[in-house]
Design a protein around this ligand. Structure first.
Ligand code: XMP
Length: 317
């Protein structure tokens, strides 16, 4: 019968046989799937697995440093690439959600392609594809998905012409977590909420600037830390904050303010296809709202999103 340990043992043996002395390159996102896939590959071929983690400037507060650190602790051969400015430049002035997604995807491909050329003789592209991704062949959005369109070779970036190795493509999400746990991956990492490839880029409605990213990172950090501190994080499938392209009037001391509105969203879901808003306790929402307005300059109003999917999506863009 299937156990995480037996899966690890047989998969590592298969990967060794399949990959021999070949090199594999892989883009990591900090997400559960790519991390577990990378650790499996690393068990099989050690430092012949070359991992790349791109800072697109749209990650959560401190996420790039934190995740890079945990990857290094796991012994992965990983290179962090700071490409923030390239992303901000490409996003400049863009307000249409699809154009923003495309811009983020394009820069990611460019950066990843350039990095992959620095690994000589790489033969394989590692991916964290899981079984639902395979059966759904639904157009998953974003960079990770763009990579998945490797089937139509020709006119593609060079790394896409590599052979693809996907050690998790028979597993469901809960099995991936169990495999990760059996290999000793940190529970905190395995329990992380899903986070979209385009990151805060699609949670800042309208055009994206470095300053807006900074504001939203602070807001998001207060919300997520609050969920963790109150033991609510694991009851929620996914949570985050949106920076709205709206200013509203407020009052601070004797002063009139005219500042940004943020929306908080927390949903329960099984697979992200449908979702319900979580009935977070009022006193928790009150505390988070106070903390955000008191601590984040530029924000004077907080609202809570009470829409389910469908008809609303989880992300606002
Ligand atoms: P929606 O907004 O479509 O989101 O209800 C469903 C789930 O997918 C995530 N999502 C993305 N993930 N790239 C990703 O890797 C994307 O472009 C993207 N857009 C949405 C979303 O966070 C939620 O978990």
């Amino acid at each position: 019968s299937w156990t995480p340990d037996s899966f690890v043992e047989s998969t590592v043996a298969e990967l060794k046989a399949k990959l021999g002395n070949d090199k594999v390159i892989m883009g990591l996102s900090g997400g559960v799937d790519s991390t577990v896939a990378a650790v499996l590959l690393h068990k099989a071929i050690g430092d012949r697995l070359h991992c790349i983690f791109v800072d697109n400037g749209l990650l959560r507060k401190n996420e790039f440093e934190d995740v890079l650190d945990s990857y290094k602790h796991m012994g992965l051969n990983i290179k962090g690439v700071n490409a923030k400015d390239l992303f901000y430049k490409e996003l400049e002035g863009l307000t249409d959600p699809e154009k923003k997604r495309k811009a983020i995807g394009k820069v990611f491909i460019d950066v990843f392609d350039a990095e992959s050329h620095k690994v000589e003789d790489a033969k394989w592209l590692g991916q964290g594809t899981i079984y639902p991704d395979v059966i759904e062949s639904v157009s998953v959005k974003g960079p990770s998905a763009t990579i998945k369109s490797h089937h139509n070779v020709g006119g593609l970036p060079d790394f896409m012409k590599l052979k693809v190795v996907e050690p998790l493509n028979t597993l469901f999400k809960d099995e991936v977590r169990r495999v990760g746990k059996s290999m000793g991956i940190d529970a905190k990492l395995l329990g992380r909420h899903p986070f979209p490839g385009p990151g805060l880029g699609i949670r800042i409605l309208g055009d994206v600037t470095a300053e807006k990213v900074r504001i939203l990172q602070e807001v998001d950090h207060i919300f997520i830390k609050g969920l963790r501190d109150k033991g609510l994080y694991d009851d929620v499938w996914q949570a985050g904050a949106m920076l709205l392209p709206v200013q509203s009037v407020g009052v601070m001391g004797d002063e009139r303010t005219y500042e940004s509105v943020v929306a908080l969203r927390a949903v329960s879901s099984r697979d992200g296809m449908t979702a319900d808003w979580v009935h977070l306790p009022y006193d928790f929402l009150a505390e988070v709202s106070n903390n955000i307005i008191n601590q984040v300059k530029g924000v004077n109003r907080v609202v809570y999103d009470i829409s389910s999917k469908p008809p609303a999506t989880i992300e606002w863009e």
